[in-house]
Design a protein. Sequence first.
Length: 458
Amino acid sequence: KGWDVEGLEFDPELVIRGLVIDTKLGNIVKVDRYGYVRKVMHGTRVLSDDDLSRLYGRQRCRVDLREVRWSFLNTLFSVASGCLFAQLVERTDATNEDNTPLIADYTALARTVEQAISETHVQGNLKKKILQDPTEYVELDSEAPLTLLDQKLAGKKLVLITNNDWEYTKRMMSYAYDRYLPDALTWRALFDVVITHAQKPDFWTMRMPLWEVVDEEQGLASSSPRTKMEVGGVYCGGSARMVESCFGFGGEEVMYVGDHIYSDTNVAKSILQWRTCLVMRELEGEVRALALSQGRRRDLGELLVRRDRLLRRRGRSLVKESRRSLGLPSTLLPAARVDEAETSSWNEDEIDQLCKEIAQLDGDDLQIPGISQRWGFMTRVGIHEKSHLFRQVEKYADIYTSRVSNFLASTPYAHFRAPLQSDRNFLDTGSEKAFSDFMCASVETWGPVDEVFKVAPP
C-alpha cells in the first residue's frame, strides 16, 4: 500500500491498550479521564514534558473520541495497529539523502494501517494460522468450562454470540473446552443457542437475515432465512431482538459478557439496556502491580499532605499580608484556620522540592512487574489518576474482570453490587479533607432546609 514494512516486527512493549493515536501529528498519547494528554510518544520515542506542553498543553487540547483526529486503541487487535503505526511513523520521519525531512501524511498512514490489520482479520489469514497450530496462540483455561457449566446447572440460559464463522467457532471451542468437560458433554451442551457471523455491532441495532446451520458437521446453512430462533439451534446472523424473543427476557434480565468496549458493552448497554461484563486480560497484571505499589502510594499520600499543609500556610500568609496592606481585618474563615495552632512558616524551596518528588512518584516510569515499563498502568495515569480507558470501562461495563473463570470465586446465585459510596470518598487528605470537615461541621449548625434556603426579603 505504499509503505515500507520490511524488517518490522511486532513489539508488545511498545503500545498498550487504552492509548490514543493522534492522526494529525502522528503521535500516540496517554490520556487521563478528563481527556487531557499526559504522555506522548512520536514514533518509538517518548517525548519530554516540555514537548508535551508545547504540543498539547498551551492549547488546553482535550481528546474527544468523537472527532476523526483521534483513534482509540481499545482492543487487543488495535494494539497491533498502534505498534505498526508507531514504527512506520519513525521510518517515515527518517531523512532522505539530502538530509531533508520527509513530509508525512499521518492521517493517511493511520487509515492504511487500520485497513491492513482489519483485512488480515476479516479475510481469515490470521484464523488460518491459529487453526493450524492452536497451541501457539490459545491460552487454555481449565476453569472456564466449569464456570459456564455451573451457570447452566443453575438454570441460566447461555448464548454464544460471535462474529466468527461456524467452522472456526466449532473447532476453537472444541479445542478449548471439550477436554475439561465430563465425557458425555461437549461445548455445545453449554449453550442454548449459538450465533455465528453476528456482525457486531450491527447485531445490536439492525434486523439482519437469520440463517440456521442445519448440518453442523458440514457447516451447511438453510436454503431460506428463518423468522425466529429456537433453543438448541446454531445460526448465522440475526439480531439481539431475536435473542430476547427466543427466551422471553430483555433489558436488565440479560447480561452480555464481551471483550470489546464499543462493539460489546457500549452498544449492548446503551441500546438494549442489557447488563454488561467486560473481560480485560490485562487486569491481572494491573492488580498485582497495584499491590506492589502500595508503599509508593503511601509515600505519595504523605507527600501530598505535607505539600498541602505548606500551601495552606503560604496561602494564609499571603492573604493576611494583602489585607493588612489595605487596612482590612486579617481574620480568616474557619476552613482556612484548621491548623492555626501550627506555625505559619513556609518555605518556597521546600514546596518546589515536594512538587518534584510528587511528580516523580506519580509518574508512569514505575518499573513495576506486570505493567508496561514505557506507559505504566493501563487503568491509571501514574498511580493516582484514572486513565481515559478506565473511565470508559466504568461508564459502559456494569462489572469487569480478567477472565470468565473468575466467576468461580462466587456462585451463579450471587448478586454483585458496587461498594457503598460516601460523599467524602473523593475528598482526600490535606486541604480537601479540611474543607470537608469544615462543611460537615457547619451543616450540623444549620436550621431546617426551608429556613436555610428561603428567599431573602426585598
